[in-house]
Design a protein around this ligand. Sequence first.
Ligand code: ZN
Length: 214
Amino acid sequence: MNPLVLAGLLWVAQAVALEVKVVLPEQGVDDKLKAFAAKSEALLKEWEPKVAEALGFGAHPGEVHPAAITIIFREMKGVAYWDGKAIHVATQWVASHPEDSGLVVHELVHVLQAYRKVPGWFTEGVADYIRFQLLEQGRFGIRLDLAKMKPRDSYRVTGWFLAQAEAKHPGLIRRLHAAAKQGRDIEQAFTEHCQGRAIDPFWADLAAAAPVKK
Ligand SMILES: [Zn+2]
């Protein structure tokens, strides 16, 4: 290969490679935690470009791919969160849910969202849409009861709802991400993209079409 071409390829590879900094506790690091941390690092590297693609990330002012992401495993309550600088994951959760490394993709979505003044149910719904619809290939792990659930229930329920709406109206997630970045109304953007169908009527359509469970 022409050395200039090779140098160019190496430069491109360097430019897109995400660095992941893993911080483990000083004590009590067992094989389970080590394996979870290694899987988390691999998922973050593999999924950063995929999440960006799903959101249409990079098209809006101020959107620059992170050069590095820090993930801190530590003793804490809860499961995991993004604090604006690092992803924190509870070591107790890892000990009891060693198969749950997909949670880092949910947090990765928050890294790229960086929304201001957007309803929390929407932010969490998009994060779970990407985790469960894209990473886990549609396995949301919830029992759907559309008569009791609501589209703004957040997390997996909203994620599932967004997956149905995206399937019917491709490009919806990117459109909603763009609206969020522009400080526009999410609900209005949803209605515009779905040919005049607002969130609640869209949900009612899904509920009407769902088989009645006895
Ligand atoms: Zn979240």
